[in-house]
Ligand binder design. Structure first.
Ligand code: GLN
Length: 433
């Protein structure tokens, strides 16, 4: 991170970028409930920064679909939360507003990129929050902060008004301290919206029922690969055994495409980002560029100073991956690998109802601990497969390692968000040690 605003933290964890006083709220199923919203979701009249200097002063003229949904149910939108710039990161350290601290241990990161939302929920500042998940950004901070967070099936929540990072992978989703609250919030935000062409009219209308007996749960060996901290692995295996004790049938299986999933994810997300972020040109958004200079000079000035190092790195790599002559070597190969991940999930879900494993390979890192991008990217290995395949995945707290929370991840077939929620709910009620 090479640019920091003069920015006074709004709270002790630096979870919020913008807070509101005298927050209005209406009547409805969430009447008066305080809700925090990740700062890449457009809110009419409330600044939306995406954690970036390039959007300084930007106030969206319209609400994202999910915001209309929660306001219609009477929520009090109390503020916008800190995040890795444009969602690019795993720690919330890549924010122009400084890092968010983990409420479980302030010397550690909260995870990312929805770290502000996770910290706000974990610290009890709000009971529910919205995050976004392109490659794990809801589930990672939920695991690191010890809360529940879910990435719904792709197509189940409208992306209208979400500032795009990698459209084909990402979704808005709920974060809370209980599975029931996650379910309640998902119900509200999954209302159909024709403005997102990838949306399917299959709203989530479910009321959770603790149900795991008779359920076949697959555990791919690759989910416990060499990068997974043995202490985390042992806590998660205990949790899986508790599911077995509750009547689930545990089946070990294989997922060979895990070997390609991370590389495919990073080529695809960077390629999409390089295209999506072209719009930040100093003309339409953010502080204006110097128009006395030539267009390409002012464009590169504005983007050179407005974007942080990680965002610039990804735009350059994504542009390279899409360039003529390299497209077949990188982007086309990544799409082929993405198909292998989808095929693997399809095969596995013909044999089992759900899949389970750790959400993250380790507990939360210390602030500043991970400095090289590659080692940071590696920690996303267990969360990106669900995004590549568009399947629902939840992270729920399942224990601790040295005082830090560990997350259990449960995934299901597309549009089986209900079954994922039911298994998580059963675990939450009966399985916790
Ligand atoms: N850590 C992943 C990335 O940096 C995931 C981010 C996200 O889901 N927005 O791309």
């Amino acid at each position: 991170m090479d640019q920091v605003f003069r920015f006074e933290p709004k709270d002790r964890y630096n979870a919020f970028i913008t807070t509101r006083n005298d927050v209005p709220f209406g009547e409805g199923s969430l009447s008066g409930i305080p809700l925090a919203v990740k700062d890449n979701i457009s809110t009419a009249g409330i600044p939306t920064t995406c954690g970036s200097a390039i959007l300084e002063g930007y106030i969206p003229p319209y609400d994202a679909h999910v915001i209309s949904c929660i306001l219609r149910e009477g929520c009090a939108l109390v503020g916008k939360t800190n995040m890795d710039e444009f969602g690019m990161g795993t720690t919330t350290e890549n924010s122009a507003f400084g890092p968010t601290l983990n409420p479980a241990d302030i010397s550690r990161v909260p995870g990312g990129s929805s770290g502000g939302s996770a910290a706000a929920v974990a610290a009890g500042m709000v009971p529910i929050a919205l995050g976004t998940d392109t490659g794990g950004s809801i589930r990672c901070p939920s695991a690191f902060c010890g809360i529940v967070g879910m990435k719904p099936t792709y197509g189940r929540v409208s992306r209208y008004g979400l500032v795009a990072y990698a459209n084909s992978l990402e979704l808005i989703g709920p974060m809370a301290r209980s599975v029931q609250d996650v379910s309640l919030l998902l119900k509200v935000i999954s209302a159909y919206d024709p403005r997102d062409a990838t949306m399917t009219d299959r709203p989530y209308l479910h009321t959770p029922a603790a149900k795991v007996a008779g359920c076949r749960i697959g555990v791919p060996e690759e989910f416990f690969g060499s990068g997974v901290d043995p202490k985390v692995a042992s806590v998660v295996w205990d949790a899986i055994e508790r599911l077995e004790g509750m009547g689930a049938e545990i089946v070990t299986c294989r997922m060979p495409s895990m070997a390609y999933a991370l590389a495919a994810y990073y080529v695809i997300c960077m390629s999409e980002a390089s295209s999506n972020l072209a719009r930040f040109d100093g003309v339409r958004y953010g502080p204006p560029a110097d128009t006395r200079k030539t267009w390409h000079e002012s464009y590169s000035d504005r983007r050179g100073t407005g974007f942080g190092a990680e965002v610039r790195r990804r735009i350059m790599l994504g542009t390279f991956a899409l360039s003529s002559g390299y497209y077949g070597k990188y982007y086309a190969k990544a799409q082929a690998a993405r198909q292998m991940v989808r095929d693997d999930f399809q095969r596995l879900f013909s044999e089992v109802d759900l899949l389970a494993g750790p959400t993250m390979p380790t507990v939360a890192f210390r602030l500043g601990e991970k400095t090289d991008p590659l080692s940071m990217y590696l920690s996303d290995i267990l969360t990106v497969p669900a995004n590549l395949a568009g399947i629902p995945a939840i992270s729920i707290p399942c224990g601790e390692v040295e005082g830090m929370p560990v997350g259990l991840q449960i995934m299901g077939p597309r549009f089986h968000d209900e079954n994922v929620i039911d298994a998580a709910f059963a675990y939450e009620l009966e399985g916790r040690s």
